[in-house]
Ligand binder design. Structure first.
Ligand code: 9WO
Length: 261
């Protein structure tokens, strides 16, 4: 259902997404649509420039607002012609809010978005101020362009489309679908370099296995990303059993603050 329109100087980046793996399945089935728009096709002048030197001086080049706006208008017009409402415009930048699974889930169930992929030193701020609804970051690092973050977002949305993962449960069971880090996974052999698989997983008691997995998710999240656990606790999304384990983990921390971390 979602349709994404990508504004990019490098549409070729997105071809592997169409031709391989889970994303390919989403595109082939029509669960996801992707259209690329090149600002160069909306550039004026003999040279069809899409960038220019920064006012005030300094290194590198800045993406021109006008070709981006041309591409954006073309994308929104094509979406309107397809019967879609005006889409939110996202720009990938380390200055944005870090993308979270809840936002991915929202996008997966939406009509999609326009994804702006910046290049060079950045995008003319007037385009950002006027036309970008949300800046999205994948973390505190710098890339050469927004294409790879856009691909990451598309992958995250693709795997949530119904029928795409094959096993409908996987998307529901994975890390973050319930706001926690994932539990550890094991497969054959039962002993690897003298290390055994946790016996509970070989016992066949599915209720006990589910509880063990939930406990490990909570424990790992508490050690590595306590803010995730606190968020669930505040939202009242921890059950009685969760809260009892959390109490235990806090008591452990009080005894030995370095334990487990
Ligand atoms: C780069 C940047 C650095 C610090 C503060 C704000 C910033 N904005 C941008 C920006 O818009 N950069 C454009 C996209 C042009 C240069 C390459 N771009 C980019 C995006 N580099 N790194 C990202 C990115 C996006 C999402 N998550 C991590 C990095």
């Amino acid at each position: 259902m979602p349709r994404f329109d990508v504004l990019t100087l490098f549409a070729g980046y997105f071809e592997p997404l169409r031709s391989q793996g889970i994303c390919r399945r989403a595109f082939d089935s029509g669960a996801l649509q992707l259209h690329a728009w090149n600002p160069r096709d909306h550039a004026s002048g003999a040279h069809r420039s899409v960038d220019d030197r920064p006012y005030g001086g300094g290194p590198g080049m800045v993406m021109l607002a006008e070709p981006l706006l041309g591409a954006l208008r073309a994308a929104q017009a094509a979406r309107a012609a397809a019967g879609l409402r005006e889409a939110p415009v996202l720009l990938f930048s380390p200055a944005g809010r870090v993308l979270r699974q809840a936002e991915v889930q929202r996008l997966a169930g939406s009509e999609g978005a326009v994804l702006v992929c910046g290049r060079y030193e950045g995008v003319d701020q007037r385009f950002v101020d006027r036309y970008v609804d949300q800046e999205v970051s994948l973390g505190d690092f710098v890339l050469s362009g927004g294409e790879i973050p856009a691909m990451a977002l598309l992958d995250a949305v693709a795997r949530l489309q119904p029928g795409v993962l094959g096993d409908e449960q996987s998307a529901l069971q994975d890390s973050f679908s319930d706001g926690l880090l994932d539990c550890p996974h094991y497969t054959r052999p039962p002993v690897f370099e003298e290390v055994e698989v946790p016996p509970v997983l070989l016992g066949g008691d599915h209720a006990r296995i589910a509880r063990w997995r939930r406990d490990r998710m909570l424990e790992l999240s508490w050690r590595r990303r306590p803010e995730l656990v606190l968020e669930l606790e505040r939202a009242g999304r921890l059950d009685r059993h969760d809260l009892r384990l959390l109490q235990l983990l806090r008591a452990q921390d009080a005894q030995d603050p370095t334990a487990g971390a």
